[in-house]
Design a protein around this ligand. Structure first.
Ligand SMILES: [Zn+2]
Length: 127
């Protein structure tokens, strides 16, 4: 876990506790971008429970094991659509990482939907 006053790994510039940390504690994210950021940060801090809880049950894997050899370095949100009054949204992002000593970028367009008032991650496609 990360201290609440640490800089949030999602790159917002805000402290973790007031940024992705509150969504990791169960507060619903207001927008697809906020949820996507909290999911990226969950990869950084190893919060598998948050990843599974915010995954559309129809697409969620039965179990999720994070690769300990991947270090997430930086998130860039390229484009985000969907707000408090929508029930679908998309977020295009680049997640920079280092895996096995080599740097890489995961470029993805993620789809989100609102289920029972809460945003969930549905699927992703290469960006
Ligand atoms: Zn954050």
């Amino acid at each position: 876990m990360l201290p609440d006053d640490a800089r949030c790994p999602c790159g917002s510039g805000d402290p973790y506790g007031g940024c992705c940390g509150r969504f990791h504690r169960g507060e619903p994210a207001p927008t697809p971008e906020a949820l996507m950021r909290s999911r990226y940060t969950a990869f950084v801090v190893g919060d598998v429970a948050h990843l599974l809880a915010t995954w559309d049950p129809a697409h969620r894997p039965a179990e999720l094991v994070l690769d300990p050899g991947t270090q997430w370095l930086r998130l860039v949100v390229v484009r985000a659509e969907g707000g408090p009054f929508d029930d679908r949204g998309t977020v295009e992002f680049e997640a920079h990482h280092r895996t096995g000593g080599r740097r890489g970028v995961q470029h993805e367009v993620s789809g989100f939907a609102r289920r029972d008032g809460a945003w969930v991650y549905v699927t992703g496609a290469p960006g």
